[in-house]
Ligand binder design. Structure first.
Ligand code: NAD
Length: 283
């Protein structure tokens, strides 16, 4: 079987074209939309990601402030910055970067982000709104999985989707979004016994575990659609996913590439959320 590559570049380009236009219109009638990237780590992967977000914002006409609180920032300092930005009328969107300093969980600080500015949907309130089927910002990575599948006309209603990973920023919100699309969802995690048995029963497998090569040909059934959310640094410094593409190719009907699949759509959706937040704030 030929495995189709479900690239994210076209969808990201279409989203970005619209975002750029809306950001320009917003700037014309006042100030450019503005996002604050809050960093409290000295992690090279996070620094690389922050830099790529800054560049994306710049290209789209979105103002971007990076606030580096240092890798030893306390939970109080982080919460105070998030609260200050939430109260600042000039800031439209807030993104808190991970990892956080040792001992601080995302859950304990993210509640300080006001929901209308929580453009990556990480706060307990945003997650609760999603779980309740109410309007709010959705974690961009999870949203990009659904949007990329829709873009490539992969049906979701009635399909069995196995999500590998149950984090609050990817796996859990994705399960909620898929339920809203009427999929039947199984969420797998590190304590799942016999992962291949579970995933090979699914029509669609989403790998979001952060483990290089976790999903192989033996984890999927013939004709399955495979989405690779993993963004892992390989020993040679390259970015690789959670799927062993070589063993899946030829058996899967379709596979998202890494890089060039979920990544560019996630960034495009984050920037879109900033513009939406700015538009809502001005209403
Ligand atoms: P996380 O470490 O918070 O969560 C990993 C999840 O995977 C956990 O729920 C864990 O139970 C599960 N898991 C780990 N090992 C497993 C195993 N052997 N079998 C089954 N389940 C297992 O990670 P995260 O923040 O959710 O990120 C997951 C991946 O997605 C990472 O590679 C991350 O870099 C990537 N990511 C990509 C984007 C993007 O835009 N492309 C955005 C965010 C995260």
């Amino acid at each position: 079987m030929d495995t189709v590559s479900l690239t994210g570049k076209e969808l990201a380009a279409a989203l970005n074209a619209d975002t750029k236009q809306r950001a320009a219109a917003h700037a014309e009638s006042g100030a450019a939309p503005r996002v604050a990237l809050i960093v409290a780590n000295d992690d090279p992967a996070s620094a690389w990601y922050v830099n790529s977000l800054r560049k994306a914002a710049e290209r789209l006409g979105i103002a971007c402030d990076t606030v580096d609180l240092g890798a030893d920032a306390s939970a109080e300092t982080i919460r105070a910055e998030l609260a200050a930005r939430s109260a600042d009328p000039a800031t439209d969107g807030i993104m808190l970067q991970t990892p956080l300093p040792a001992g601080i969980t995302l859950e304990e600080v993210s509640s300080a982000i006001a929901a209308p500015k929580d453009v990556d949907g990480v706060s307990p309130l945003s997650l609760g709104l999603l779980a309740s089927g109410l309007e709010g910002f959705v974690a961009a990575t999870s949203e990009s999985v659904v949007e990329l599948l829709k873009h490539h006309q992969v049906p979701l209603a009635g399909k069995h989707v196995a999500v590998v990973g149950r984090s609050n920023i990817v796996g859990k919100p994705l399960a909620q979004l898929l339920l809203a699309e009427n999929a039947t969802v199984t969420v797998c995690h590190s304590k799942t016994t016999d992962l291949p048995a579970v995933t090979s029963a699914a029509d669609i497998v989403v790998a979001a575990a952060g483990r290089i090569g976790l999903v192989t040909g033996k984890h999927i059934r013939e004709g399955a659609v495979v989405v690779d959310v993993g963004t892992n640094e390989a020993a040679d410094g390259s970015i690789v996913g959670d799927v062993d593409a070589e063993s899946v190719r030829g058996k899967a009907a379709a596979l998202t590439p890494v890089p060039g699949g979920i990544g560019p759509v996630t960034t495009a959706l984050l920037m879109r959320h900033v513009v939406v937040a700015a538009e809502h704030a001005r209403r």
